[in-house]
Design a protein around this ligand. Structure first.
Ligand code: ATP
Length: 513
């Protein structure tokens, strides 16, 4: 797919989200606020379903994970202890001609991704040329163009990694210069120096604006879990290993907020901190890595749309970290981070507060500060991945076209639409009766306006997996047609069986079993 197409597709997805009531720009009547969005009627249904699905997968299916909802505001010392005041920085660089601001690390990552793209294209070309006899492994090991590009990427990666580890801002700039990276707006390579920029938003509590009243909007939900660790452990009587899950808003003053809801300054995280015995963290890290990948696969993402990406530079609190990336129209990007956070956070809070945050292990008869494995997934980014994955413009056999949002049935904003075929002969009354019965179990939609084909298309576009149509035969034999969004096939189902058939089709357990 060429870059131009990719952009058009993504633009189409953004327009679709607005036109069909998933996402609106914030305060649109005032021309919007850059990179801030509101979730519209279908968007909020999908977002709620997704967060419920994560919540149930974590807290209902794991006896040893409990929930928490900590406040967004926390004592300012929290962020000193966690290292965010001193180290939650991104390296930024400006183009002197366009005045456009970039993250230096993202510019370099994008440049590396472009070279990786060239390798992928070379592989695709060869696969087409050689057909069934194509040996990809061998090709990757021997093709001179691939080897040259691989060597290039490895060399950049090594330099980049070292620059990040050493916090060497001059070297980051030098890499940008050496790679001849140009600004996408001005086209020039006229860059400022690289500077560090703290991502936390601050505000004041109360009426006095002095230093002591400065508080932060939390940049991650995790710290609310750490400071509550002992409260939760004691009241829920959990033994290690156990986890605490939380869903909530986080705020980061991102230098470059872009790509629709992919990177915004206000977003939602679904985080789980898993507390383990020191020395066992790597086993748990490996286990959660697999478990989380499996969860993402249940969202209907193809094997090739997801991959792991090991961090080049570990955050100040981690001894291992990996991202789960999804293949967005703009490339593979992180949707979830899995970190082995050691005992860093609990120890820091213990030292800063002077309160013990230790666990007495009845099995070993010792007290210790537990180690932590964190899984942290972006609700909004996963939402975007679902939309990108499901959005399709299809050409049908009869030459017509349809836009369909192939969302997993258990997450769809509307599960079932109920239509009377015509607005007469008692069909609307019968259809209403069915709707009124189903609405107790599922989010349903009733409509009698327009031709049935048009009504089906509208439901396809918002991802409704099933439509029920009441026709004259219904009045004779108590059956309705049940239309499947993806196959567009219709089957006749008796009204006695309808509830059970529908319940089975939209069951959230399907994915996780
Ligand atoms: P990135 O490298 O893209 O800035 P990150 O590594 O800083 O992300 P984490 O701190 O690991 O992200 O946060 C966990 C998850 O929270 C991410 O995987 C992502 O899904 C989500 N997230 C982080 N920042 C944002 C943002 N600005 N907008 C939307 N979601 C975000």
């Amino acid at each position: 797919m060429s870059n131009e197409n990719t952009q058009t597709d993504f633009q189409q997805i953004i327009s679709h989200c607005k036109e069909y009531g998933f996402i609106f720009p914030s305060s649109e009547i005032y021309d919007g606020l850059s990179a801030v969005y509101d979730y519209a009627p279908y968007g909020i249904e999908l977002k709620n379903n997704l967060q419920q699905y994560w919540w149930k997968a974590m807290t209902q299916l794991h006896e040893n994970i409990v929930g928490l909802d900590a406040a967004i505001f926390m004592h300012p010392k929290t962020w000193k202890a966690s290292g965010h005041v001193d180290a939650f920085m991104d390296p930024l660089i400006d183009n002197k001609d366009s005045k456009k601001r970039y993250r230096a690390d993202v510019l370099i990552e994008d440049a590396m991704a472009k070279i990786e793209d060239k390798i992928d294209k070379e592989v695709d070309k060869a696969a087409r040329k050689f057909g069934e006899t194509f040996d990809k492994e061998m090709f990757l090991k021997t093709n001179p163009n691939v080897l040259r590009n691989k060597e290039k990427v490895n060399a950049i990666e090594a330099r980049f990694k070292k620059a990040l580890e050493d916090n060497n801002l001059e070297e980051l700039k030098q890499i940008i210069v050496d790679l001849e990276i140009a600004c996408e707006v001005s086209g020039s390579k006229n860059w400022t120096e690289v500077r560090q920029f703290n991502l936390m938003f601050s505000t004041e509590v109360g009426s006095l604006a002095d230093d002591s009243s400065t508080i932060y909007l939390r940049p991650e939900t995790a710290q609310g879990i750490f400071v509550n660790f002992l409260n939760v452990q004691k009241t829920s009587r959990k033994k290690i290993p156990f986890g605490i899950a939380q869903i909530g808003k986080a705020f980061r003053n991102e230098i470059v907020a872009r790509q629709f809801i992919f990177r915004t300054r206000e977003f939602e995280q679904m985080e789980m901190q898993f507390f383990v015995r020191p020395g066992t963290e790597m086993e748990w890290y490996a286990q959660w890595k697999e478990a989380r990948m499996k969860w993402h696969r249940t969202l209907g993402f193809a094997e090739t749309s997801l991959k792991f990406f090991d961090h080049l530079k570990l955050a100040h609190y981690a001894n291992a970290a990996v991202d789960i990336q999804f293949n967005f129209p703009f490339g593979f990007k992180e949707i979830e981070g899995i970190h082995s956070r050691t005992d860093f956070d609990l120890t820091q809070h213990q030292n800063m507060s002077g309160k013990k945050l230790q666990y007495f292990d009845p099995e070993t008869n010792e007290s210790y500060v537990p180690y932590v494995v964190e899984t942290s997934v972006g609700l909004n980014r996963t939402f975007l991945a679902l939309i990108c994955n499901g959005f399709k413009n299809e050409k049908l056999e009869d030459g017509s076209e349809r836009t369909v949002l192939a969302l997993p049935a258990f997450l769809a904003p509307i599960k079932i639409a109920v239509f009377p075929l015509m607005k007469k002969d008692g069909l609307p009354e019968k259809a209403r009766e069915i709707f009124d019965d189903l609405k107790w179990d599922h989010k349903c939609f009733y409509e009698e306006k327009d031709a049935i084909g048009k009504r089906y298309r509208r439901m396809d576009a918002i991802g409704t997996p099933f439509c029920i149509t009441v026709d004259h035969q219904t009045l004779e034999d108590n059956t309705v047609t049940l239309r499947d969004r993806d196959t567009m096939q219709q089957e006749r189902v008796s009204l006695e069986q309808l509830k059970a058939v529908v319940a089975e089709k939209v069951d959230w357990r399907k994915g996780l079993r």
